[in-house]
Design a binder for this molecule. Structure first.
Ligand code: CP3
Length: 337
């Protein structure tokens, strides 16, 4: 691990000249060069082509000079590689052909063979040759968020079928999450072995749960992912609407806790003492005039100083309608602050 990379230093709580900055969903639809490259190529197909993965991952680095690249992929890539019939539908998200509802459905989910995601390791090797001082972050979806797509069959507002299974058939729920944790751990380990320098576990929809339910139904599985990895890379653990879950998500084995815009970073720092934080500009602020962006970014930098380390980011992914120039200007601001 290169001790000079800012993201890694901030993740370990070491002194940095300025906060490192990157953006969730920085690779993708806010960039015209991405839309051009993807024309006529399916999302999941593009994820299986190391040349495209390398190029799309580098696009925001070249354009914005962010301190980290996030591997271009998707949380459902390892599920498809394990044989689950699904697709990503433009404008909708992941759609699963045969939703999981029973123990027999769970038993039909095969483990992920590392060779089935060879293309990810190949893309990482290409990227490491290009990235210089920019850190490379690998990622995966956490068991709860993956389970939600598999049980609902697609995106969902209330996660009602998911919760019905969780409360009504806890044996099926735990069997499903155990299997998903195995897939996620394997997927992250492939990325670590290929050379990613940090990983982020996305539990995007965990905020739908109370703390008690999170601890009972989800934490053991996310912990089995985060603590089961070998290799000394920082582990970032992120979800949306997780103000009440931050301590539990830290306990699951995070070095860095991702925070959405609802919780000020000084408040989050008090909730997870000793942990570095990542966040937390509301992505919608980037649609407002620059003066508002600057004011909010400076507030977040000040509040972030209460944590042992702060990685500047948004509170969730870049919205597709974001002006890429606003992101570039924000990076300049963070670097000069
Ligand atoms: O952050 C990055 O730049 C790296 C790439 C990345 C993608 N998906 C590419 C993508 C990452 C980190 C993800 C993670 C992901 N995927 C999450 C967790 C992050 C979060 O936003 O909470 C989730 C929940 C998914 C599932 C998923 N995949 C959704 C909800 C969507 C959007 C559907 C839509 O079109 O509105 C996708 C598709 C997707 N994943 C796109 C990209 C660039 C858009 C595909 C396209 O170009 O049409």
């Amino acid at each position: 691990m290169d001790p000079m990379k800012l993201l890694l230093r901030a993740a370990r709580g070491e002194a940095v000249p300025h906060a490192p900055v990157w953006f969730m969903r920085q690779a993708g639809r806010s960039l015209p060069e991405y839309r051009e490259l993807r024309a006529g190529i399916g999302m999941l197909e593009s994820c299986r082509r190391p040349d495209l993965v390398c190029e799309i991952t580098l696009q925001p680095v070249r354009r914005h000079h962010v301190d980290a690249a996030i591997l271009y992929s998707d949380i459902v890539v390892p599920l498809q590689a394990a044989g689950i019939d699904l697709d990503i539908v433009a404008g909708t998200g992941p759609v699963v052909a045969d939703p999981v509802r029973s123990l027999a459905d769970v038993d039909a989910i095969a483990p992920l063979e590392p060779a089935a995601v060879d293309f990810v390791a190949a893309a990482i090797r290409l990227l490491l040759a290009e990235l210089g001082q920019t850190a490379l972050i690998g990622f995966a979806g956490a068991p709860f968020t993956l389970a939600s797509y598999l049980v609902e069959g697609g995106p969902s507002r209330h996660h009602a079928k998911t919760k019905a299974l969780m409360y009504g058939a806890p044996d099926v729920w735990h069997a499903l999450c155990t299997r998903l944790a195995d897939i996620t751990r394997t997927f992250l380990q492939v990325q670590i072995d290929a050379g990613v320098e940090a990983i982020q576990l996305f539990d995007s929809w965990a905020g739908a749960l109370s703390e008690a339910d999170y601890r009972r139904y989800v934490l053991p599985h996310s912990r089995s992912v985060l603590t089961g990895l070998t290799g000394a890379v920082p582990r970032i653990h992120f979800g949306v609407g997780t103000s009440e879950l931050l301590p539990a998500m830290a306990e699951a084995g995070a070095d860095v806790v991702g925070v959405d815009w609802r919780t000020p970073l000084d408040v989050a720092a008090a909730r997870v003492p000793g942990k570095a934080l990542q966040g937390n500009l509301d992505p919608c602020v980037l649609l407002a005039p620059w003066e508002v962006v600057e004011q909010e970014a400076r507030r977040i930098l000040t509040e972030g100083q209460k944590a042992p380390g702060h990685i500047f980011n948004l509170g969730h992914g870049v919205l597709p309608e974001t002006d890429p120039d606003a992101l570039s200007r924000l990076v300049e601001l963070i670097h000069s602050a």
